[in-house]
Design a protein around this ligand. Structure first.
Ligand code: 5GP
Length: 219
């Protein structure tokens, strides 16, 4: 469907706060080379404060509300949403460059952002990370010690409202063991790169080589 046939794929990863999706994604990125998966992470922009153990430019680009709104006005974002009173969005600049260079790109974004991306990139693959239970989710939220009691309640309620949306995602990973979920995510990307909808163009490319001399094939 795309003009450039060697493009990578967009992999949208969503899941409630503290489902462990950030850790799953970073473990998958760390292992990607070993299994020959060429994948990049899209670093989102946010107005929320920097959390414990987070790094500006790696976890998020942390910006002011004014800067974020300027980026919206300048059409620099593929999608954006507000969550718990803060903006989150996907910068446009790097995404297209990576896709055109043949890398796949993981977007760790919420359900609302996923819908906006799918409207522009219908071939994007969607993966939902489910926590094993709400008890486990609450434990993880408390354990990371980033949020006030109010925010924890808010995030749990948000999770309950959001999880039914997992019904329309292509893949669902129940995140019990981080390493297994990370391996599964890489398997999904590899399988999708071989899916007919992604690689069907190769059939005609191969057929076009029929009967040609070897030295003409690379013209
Ligand atoms: P957190 O504050 O826990 O890092 O993220 C809160 C929510 O915002 C999560 O559901 C996360 O997936 C989502 N999020 C992070 N980056 C983006 C983004 O660029 N766009 C959208 N729409 N959501 C995002």
């Amino acid at each position: 469907m795309n003009e450039n046939k060697n493009r990578g794929i967009i992999v949208i990863v969503s899941g409630p706060s503290a489902s462990g999706k950030g850790t799953v994604v970073s473990r998958a990125l760390a292992k990607a080379d070993d299994v020959r998966v060429d994948v990049q992470l899209s670093v989102s922009m946010t107005t929320r404060g920097i959390g414990k153990g987070e790094v500006d430019g790696e976890t998020y680009y942390y910006v002011s509300k004014e800067d974020f709104e300027q980026n919206i006005a300048d059409n620099n974002l593929v999608e954006y949403n507000s969550y718990a009173g803060e903006y989150y969005g996907t910068p446009k600049d790097k995404l297209e460059g990576w896709l055109n260079a043949g890398s796949s790109v993981i977007l760790e974004i919420d359900v609302n952002g996923a819908k906006q991306v799918l409207a522009q990139y219908p071939d994007a693959v969607t993966v939902y990370i489910l926590p094993p239970s709400f008890q486990e989710l609450e434990y993880r939220l408390r354990n990371r010690g980033r949020d006030s009691e109010d925010k924890i309640r808010y995030r749990l309620a948000k999770g309950r409202d959001e999880i039914p949306e997992a019904h329309w995602y292509d893949y669902i990973l129940v995140n019990e063991i981080i390493e297994e979920s990370a391996d599964d995510l890489l398997c999904i990307i590899r399988a999708e790169l071989s899916s007919r909808r992604h690689i069907e163009y190769k059939i005609d490319e191969v057929l076009a080589t029929y009967g040609k001399e070897e030295d003409q094939q690379n013209d």
